[in-house]
Structure formats: C-alpha cells, structure tokens
Design a protein around this ligand. Structure first.
Ligand code: NAD
Length: 406
C-alpha cells in the first residue's frame, strides 16, 4: 500500500515515505533493464533507511499495451501519471506503419511535459572519444513542445503549402520556390520563459554556477533571438537578486561574483556552442535551449562522455514528470540479458532527486561510478575499455547493488 505524492501550488513536492510510482517496463530490452533497475532501486532505498519504500505500480504503454488494451497509450496510463505526478519508463518501440503515433511524443503532449532534462557527466574509465571527458558536467534543459518540432509541416505541391507560400510571398515580398515543402517554426515568449525558469530554478537549487542560453538568434531573430532576449529579461525580472549577466560580471565586477549573486546567465550561438562543449566544457553547467538545438546538443554531449548506455533523461512539466533512459528498445538485444542498465538506473536517480530523496539519488550515482570503475561492465563499455571483464545485465545489477552504501 502506498500514497500519492503531493505537488503544492508553488510547485513544491511533498513525498510520503511510501509513494506510489507508476512504471512502464517498456518494449524490447525494456523489461530486462527494468527488472535490474527496480532491484537496484529497492536495495538503495532500503540501505538509505528511514522506513521508506516505493509502491511500484505497473502501467501499460507501447507495443505490449497495443495487444492488451488495443492502444499504445491507454487513457488509464495517462490518468495514473497525472494522479501520482511521476513515472519511470523503459524504452518503447514505435510500431512501423501508418496510424501508430509515437508514444513518447503522445506522453509529452498529453501531459504538457515541456522540458526534456538530461544531465551529462563522465563515469571513468568509460570509453570516450575526447581527451578530457571528466570536464563535462552539464544539465541540459531542452524545450519540448515548440520550434520546428511543432508538427506544422506540409508536403510540396499540397494545397496547404501553396496557400502558405502565397501568403508569405504577399507578406514578405520574397520569392519561395513553388516546389518547396513548408515547415513552421513557432517559438513563444511564454513557452521559452517556463523552460528557462525551470533551468534557472534548477541551477539555484543545485548550486550550479551558470545557465547558458543556446540559440541561433543572429540569424533567426524573432524566434531564437526572442528565446535569448526573453531569457535574459526573465532572469532579471524574477531572479535579479541572485543572477547576473555574464557581460555585467566582466564589465562592472572584473569577473568577481558580487556578494549575494549565485548564478551567471550567459548566451552562446549554437554553432559556436558545439565548439565550446569540445574545447571548454568546464565553462558550462546548465544549458537552456530551444527544441532543435537541444536535440542535437543532447546527443553530441552523450557521445562525448561515453554514449547511450549511460545517458539518463526526464520529460518534466508543471504537474508531472516522466523519467526514462535516452536510448531506445534495441530489439536486436532483447532477451539476451546483455545490455547496460545504467541509463535507466541513472534516470531513477533523477526521479529520486526530484521527489526529494537526494540520499538515494547520490547513493545510486556513486554505486554506478564505483561499478564502472571496477571494469566489470556490460559489453558496450567492456568492448572499448582496457582490462575489462564483460558481465551480463543482471550481473552488472548485482555489482551495482554490492557497491551501494549503507
Ligand atoms: P536504440 O537506442 O534502441 O539502439 C541504438 C544502438 O544503441 C544499438 O546498437 C543498441 O545496441 C545500442 N544500445 C541501446 N541501448 C543500449 C543499452 N542499454 N546498452 C547497450 N547498448 C545499447 O535505437 P534504435 O535502434 O534507433 O531504436 C529502436 C526502437 O526504439 C525504435 O522503435 C525507436 O522508435 C525506439 N526508441 C524509443 C525511445 C524511447 O522510448 N525513449 C528512444 C529512442 C528510440
């Protein structure tokens, strides 16, 4: 028996000792990594003590739900996530063929999970393509609902594309080739502000030194440029006593943080940012980005520190949050008990931090760090690591449990 956690009007989460947390095991490799992850979670919680225990509640989604409920995302699953405010999921296969919506996109839209949050840090000695992967310690806040991903697209020669072309030519006086496909890029002030507000709040709560707005505002002035402008204005208006613009820090304070200020707000043009994450990753901590930039940078950073098997994530809105590994359901590996469960376990660590169980979250992260350092790891890490021993998914789970404190 468990209880629902409560979200207060100001967004504060009140978590009981026995919260009900819905979970979706997922498709393909999902069930086997979930079995390992939940064993690790329950062990970590028991070791941290205080009488806490999660009442895990299975809910259906994905290919399995199509068979059992005739729908890849049954209404009762959405209701459970709304009621209990958090959920954790394994990867879901999007069935190939027309008429099947992506469950991941449907979840995000139905629950208005507007921020895709991905912490990226290095677990030595995981194989990485750069000389100093340990300098990467960033948390990405990617806007999830707008931009060229809003689904406003029409194929070339369609009546809609022709109409839009005619309207744009009339408004702008510019010529568009008649054989163009058309897509629309909406970026709103309100959509940008809520995402940037979440990123700054996170930085303040986690003692992070900076938030960088990553945009292409020099070219797309009213969309990406707006994101930058609205971000700076919001920081000044709502967090002015504790944040400072990077330009002011240098021009007015010679680079020394003034008394009381906690977070530097910076901005970078997106293409330059791809250089920066390789050349000076230590200068960046929290990133806030529109949807497309965020998509690209998330995968680039995950690769920089050792790839998909270690990359956790979450989709977060104001009343609900769904935690999930970044990787997919890898059907070719399903049932072989060989893949890396770390990404899902680290997504669980994000969930526990979100509900205020920071001791459990830290315990999980440190146990993963110690387990990777032991060089007894799953094949994806072992095949590129010197002196490594390949272990199965479930054996790696046992190693992680053995490395938990308490
Ligand atoms: P994938 O992430 O499943 O696999 C890509 C590669 O990464 C494969 O070589 C695989 O072996 C490797 N890999 C993935 N997870 C791993 C792990 N835990 N340990 C070790 N290696 C791992 O991507 P894909 O093949 O493009 O997609 C397969 C299915 O997953 C598709 O149906 C896709 O729609 C779905 N998908 C779901 C999500 C999600 O649920 N969030 C995300 C991406 C893809």
């Amino acid at each position: 028996m468990g209880e629902a956690l409560r979200v207060l009007a100001n967004g504060t989460i009140q978590c009981p000792k026995n919260p009900i947390i819905p979970y979706i095991p997922g498709d393909g490799i999902g069930p086997e990594i979930w079995d390992v992850a939940v064993r690790v979670f329950d062990t970590a919680i028991a070791r941290c003590g205080d009488g806490r225990q999660v009442a895990w509640q299975k809910v259906a989604a994905g290919a399995g739900a199509l068979e059992s409920h005739g729908d890849t995302l049954p209404a009762e699953t959405l209701e459970a996530i709304k009621q209990y405010h958090v959920a954790i999921k394994g990867p879901l296969t999007t069935p190939v063929g027309k008429g099947f919506r992506s469950v991941n996109v449907a979840l995000r839209k139905s629950l208005d999970l507007y921020a895709c949050v991905r912490p990226v840090r290095y677990y030595p000695p995981a194989p990485a393509p750069v000389k100093h992967p340990e300098l990467v310690d960033m948390v990405i806040f990617r806007e999830n609902t707008e931009d060229v991903y809003a689904g406003l697209e029409w194929p070339k020669d369609s009546p809609e594309a022709k109409k839009v072309i005619a309207l744009v030519e009339e408004l702008s006086g510019k010529h568009i080739r008649p054989d163009s496909g058309i897509g629309i890029k909406p970026i709103s002030q309100s959509g940008s502000e809520r995402l940037i507000r979440m990123a700054i709040t996170y930085a303040l709560e986690h003692n992070r030194p900076s938030v960088t707005l990553v945009h292409k505002g020099n070219i797309m002035k009213y969309t990406e440029g707006g994101f930058r402008e609205w971000g700076y204005a919001l920081a000044e208006r709502e967090f002015g006593d504790v944040t400072i613009r990077e330009a002011d820090l240098w021009e007015k304070h010679q680079g020394t943080m003034p008394e009381g200020k906690k977070v530097v707000i910076k901005d970078r043009i997106c293409d330059a940012m791809f250089q920066q994450i390789l050349l000076s990753p230590q200068e960046y901590s929290v990133l806030a980005l529109p949807n497309l930039n965020g998509d690209y940078i998330s995968d680039a950073l995950a690769a920089q520190v050792g790839g998909l098997g270690m990359a956790p994530g979450a989709n977060i809105g104001d009343g609900a949050a769904v935690f999930e590994a970044t990787h997919g359901s890898s059907p070719k590996d399903a049932g072989k008990n060989r893949v890396n469960p770390s990404a899902l376990i680290l997504s669980g660590a994000m969930l526990f931090a979100y509900i205020g169980w920071h001791d459990v979250a830290d315990n999980l992260r440190q146990a993963i760090a110690r387990s990777v350092a032991s060089r007894h790891v799953t094949f994806d890490l072992a095949m590129q690591m010197e002196n490594a021993v390949t272990v199965s998914c479930s054996e790696f789970g046992t190693i992680i449990c053995d490395n938990l404190e308490g």
